[in-house]
Design a protein around this ligand. Sequence first.
Ligand code: GDD
Ligand code: GTP
Length: 422
Amino acid sequence: TVKAVILVGGPSRGTRFRPLSMNVPKPLFPVAGRPIIWHPIAALAKLKQVTEILLVGFFEDFVFREFLDSCSAEFPNIHFKYLREYQSLGTAGGIYHFRNEILRHSPQHIFVLHADVCCSYPLAEMLAFHEAQGRGGTIMGTRVERDDAHRYGCLVADTETNEVLHYVEKPETFISDLISCGVGVFKYSALFDTIRAALEARHQQMEEDRAYEWPSRSTETDDYDVLRLEQDVLRPLAADHQLTVYVTPSFWRQIKSAGSAIPANAAYLDQMLQSHSTALTPPSSATAGPEIVGAVSIHPSARIDPTAKIGPHVSIGPRVTVGPGVRVKNSILLDGVDIKPNSCVLNSVIGWRSKLGSWVRVEGTPVSGRHDLEAITNAGVKNQSITILGQEVVVADECIIRNCIVLPNKELRSSFHDDILM
Ligand code: GDD
Ligand code: GTP
C-alpha cells in the first residue's frame, strides 16, 4: 500500500498570504471552488493503492477537523488524520517525529507533498515511474526560467536514466533550470534510513561540539528535532544514486503570496474545462442566465444577475450576489461578497462578505511567469500585482481600487492605487 503526507506548515508561515490568511489557514483557502489541499487529496484518492493521507503541520488541532471530516465523507476508502508538530520541525522533522504513525500497516511507498504548490498531480504516472525505476525516491521536476531557478531546489539529471546526479537547495549561482516541485514519492526504507543517517551525523557533530566545550549549540535541544527534506533526505539520496526525477508534462506553480491564488485558480479551472468537469458552470447557452466566458465555477447558492458577464477564470463562492451589468474576470469572489450594478472586478481576490457599490472598479495586473511574483517593481516602487480585498471590506460607489492590498474591515470612500491599505 501507499500513504501520503501533506506538509501543511503552520500559522507563522502564512504571512505572505496576508490578508487572506488572517481568516483561514492558507492550505484551506479556496481555489477553483475547493481548498488548496483538496486538489492533491482528490488526486491521491484516485490511486487505489493509497490507504491513508496524513496532514503534518503545526497549526492547532481544530483547524483541519471539519475539512478532514468532509474528506472522509467524500473519499470513504481513505483514512485521514492531522498530526501536529509541537513546534516547526522543518520539512522532514515531522515525518520523523510521527514515524510510527506513518509506518503503521507497513506502507511500501510514501508520497510527500508540499501544501503550497499547485499542479496537475499526475500521481499515477509518477508512482508507476517510481516503481519501474526501483530507486529510493522520485521527485517531480519542472523547468523554470533560468533567472528564477535560484528560488527552488535545483537538480541536474541524467537525460537518459532520469537519475538525479546533483541536488542543491536554492543555489546562489545557476546550476540547472530543472527544479523540484515539492512532490515526491519514496520507498519507506529509503526515506527513514536517510533521515536516521542524518540524525546520527548530527548527533556526532554535537558530541564533537561538546568535546570542544561548545555548550551553546548542544543546549539548543529544540533544533535537534528540526530536519529538512531537501538537505537531509534529497541530497544524500542523490549522492547515493537513489533519486530519480519525473518531469511533469503539465502545469506547476507555487502558491506563496495571496496574489498567487489567482493564477492557481486559473490553472485548476482550465484543467477542469479540459476534463469536462461537471463542477464548472456551463457556458451561457439559450438560457436566460448570465454570460459565462471560458472556465468559471459558480457556487449554486450564488445569485448572479442575468445581465452580468463572468469569466474566464472566475470562482464565485457561496451566497455571493452579483448585480446587473457587472463584469468579473480572472478573479475569486469569496463567500457572501455583494457587488452592486455595473461594477467591474478584474485580476482580484474579493474577501469574505465584502461589499462593492455601483460603478466600482477593482482591478489588479495579471501575473505572468510561473514563480510567485507578489509585486512588480515600477520605477523603484513596489506595486501589488493582484488586488486583494480582505474580509468585509466596503468600497463606496464609483471608487477605483487598482493594484492594492486592503486589510480586513476597511471602508474605502475614495479611489486608491499601488497601495497597501491598513
Ligand atoms: N509540517 C511542516 N513543518 N511543514 C512545513 C514546515 C514545518 O516546519 N516548514 C515548511 N513546511 C511546509 C510548507 O507549508 C510548504 O508546504 C512546504 O513545507 C515547503 O515550504 P518551505 O520550507 O517554505 O520551502 P520552499 O517552498 O521555499 O521550497 C521548497 O519547495 C520548493 C517547491 O515549491 C523546497 O523543497 C524547494 O526545493 C522546492 O523547489
Ligand atoms: P478581453 O477581450 O476579454 O481580453 O478583454 P480586454 O483585455 O480587452 O479588456 P480588459 O481585460 O481590460 O477587461 C476585461 C473585460 O471587462 C472586457 O471584456 C470589458 O468589457 C470589461 N470591462 C472593462 N472595464 C469595465 C468596467 O468598468 N465595467 C464593466 N462592466 N465592464 C468592464
